[in-house]
Design a protein. Structure first.
Ligand SMILES: NC(=O)c1ccc[n+]([C@@H]2O[C@H](COP(=O)([O-])OP(=O)(O)OC[C@H]3O[C@@H](n4cnc5c(N)ncnc54)[C@H](O)[C@@H]3O)[C@@H](O)[C@H]2O)c1
Ligand SMILES: CC(C)[C@H](C(=O)O)[C@@H](O)C(=O)O
Ligand SMILES: [Mg+2]
Length: 365
């Protein structure tokens, strides 16, 4: 198939991990006879430096015309002055809003080879398989903001329609998985959370085969660490989802491991690892590219409908996590390039094993 992919490497380690993810997509194209074209654009701090804007019009226009968008990370100390008029993160938020990608899927699994890195020893970590569905285009991130000399506000606003579309997406995903949905809110305090809970309760009867539970976000933060194996799909609002998924990354062993897919109503999606620009390691070539490469797998699955190819990339990444090389955040000494090259070889192995075995079929892994 033909697909046009816009890449937005961004800042810090963003370009380092995005290059690895693009290499994986190029390997998939080569081994499965697809034609993927790539077009790189600016976003974030590098875009501010070049044009004064965190999301230049040319970048947004290119994303709107693409089949999928692959993003690295934005931000860094150079642009983090709290009094700055323009910030890299505004570019990312504007892009998510403009693409209408309201459902941010963030899967969490714990690779058996990394279980020793997890803070949990008492849980069967191999049973951990959680899909977070984070609302991505509403809440405090997008509400009105005010600032006076000695006070500031961030309005947290949700409409029923905004809640309903992401909750329906989460129910549908629960149906494809283990039929269990946990809705996380702060309904004991926040009006937006009471509306959120009302919407979940109203919709639930349409999905009788899905068991629903409500959990307050503070206790959820604790339960995620003590009983992660009991969760299937977890749906929550924007800010809670941001925080809980970095916590989830600690369970997996590193923030560098987790991917994400941001989806709207169409096929086009925005794919990015959940981590940031990691200024403390940027430029050293040691960033873990796993989250970015698994985001590329999600791109193949959700925007291009290439499930077998997605599974091939996931199997290749899993193979390399098991056998190395690994980056130092996950206990290894390998650099980004070494991990990338090992994954590329594993993709080739999987693809060619399959072709030899099935004489031209396309399954892999
Ligand atoms: N999607 C995004 O673009 C995104 C996401 C989160 C943070 N940010 C931005 O990134 C900047 C830095 O934020 P932060 O330091 O709080 O979070 P961060 O995710 O950049 O880094 C947190 C810690 O995790 C480590 N880490 C992150 N990614 C890694 C990887 N791939 N491999 C190995 N280690 C990795 C870092 O070295 C650091 O120690 C901020 O400007 C923030 O706004 C951007
Ligand atoms: C950089 C920032 C705006 C972003 C968010 O909070 O959504 C990041 O933390 C993420 O998780 O993608
Ligand atoms: Mg975050």
């Amino acid at each position: 198939m033909k697909a046009h992919i816009v890449t937005l490497p961004g800042d810090g380690v963003g370009p380092e991990v995005t290059a690895a993810a693009v290499a994986v997509l190029q390997a998939v194209a080569e081994h499965y006879d697809h034609q993927f074209t790539f077009e790189e654009h600016l976003i974030g701090g590098c875009a501010i430096d070049a044009s004064g804007e965190p999301l230049p019009a040319a970048s947004l226009e290119a994303c709107k015309k693409a089949d999928a968008v692959l993003l690295g990370a934005v931000g860094g100390p150079k642009w983090s002055d709290p009094n700055a008029k323009v910030r890299p993160e505004q570019g990312l938020l504007a892009l998510r809003a403009a693409l209408g990608v309201y459902a941010n899927l963030r899967p969490l699994q714990v690779h058996p080879a990394l279980a020793n890195l997890s803070p949990l020893k008492n849980e069967k970590l191999k049973d951990v398989d959680v899909l977070f569905v984070r609302e991505l285009t509403g809440g405090a991130y997008f509400g009105a903001k005010t600032r006076t000399a000695d006070a500031a506000t961030d309005e947290c606003r949700y409409t029923e329609a905004e809640i309903e579309r992401v909750v329906r997406r989460a129910f549908a995903l629960a149906r494809e998985r283990r039929h269990h949905l946990t809705s996380v809110d702060k309904a004991n305090v926040l009006e937006t959370s009471r509306l959120w809970r009302n919407v979940v309760q109203r919709i639930a009867p349409e999905y009788r085969d899905v068991k629903v539970e409500h959990q307050l976000v503070d206790s959820m933060a604790m339960l995620l660490l003590t009983q992660p194996g009991r969760y299937d799909v977890v749906v929550t609002e924007n800010l809670f989802g941001d925080i809980l998924t970095d916590e989830a990354a600690a369970l997996a062993g590193s923030l560098g491991l987790l991917p994400s897919a941001s989806l709207g109503d169409g096929k086009r999606g925005l794919y990015e690892p959940i981590h940031g620009s990691a200024p403390d390691i940027a430029g050293q070539g040691v960033a873990n590219p796993t989250g970015a490469m698994l985001s590329a797998a999600m791109l193949l699955r959700h925007s291009l409908g290439l499930e077998e190819e997605a599974q091939c990339v996931e199997a290749a990444v899993s193979h390399v996590l098991a056998h190395g090389p690994r980056t130092r955040d996950v206990g290894g000494q390998g650099n980004t390039a070494a991990v990338r090259d090992a994954v590329l070889m594993a993709v080739e192995d999987h693809a060619s094993t399959h072709h030899a075995f099935f004489a031209g079929g396309r399954a892999c892994g």
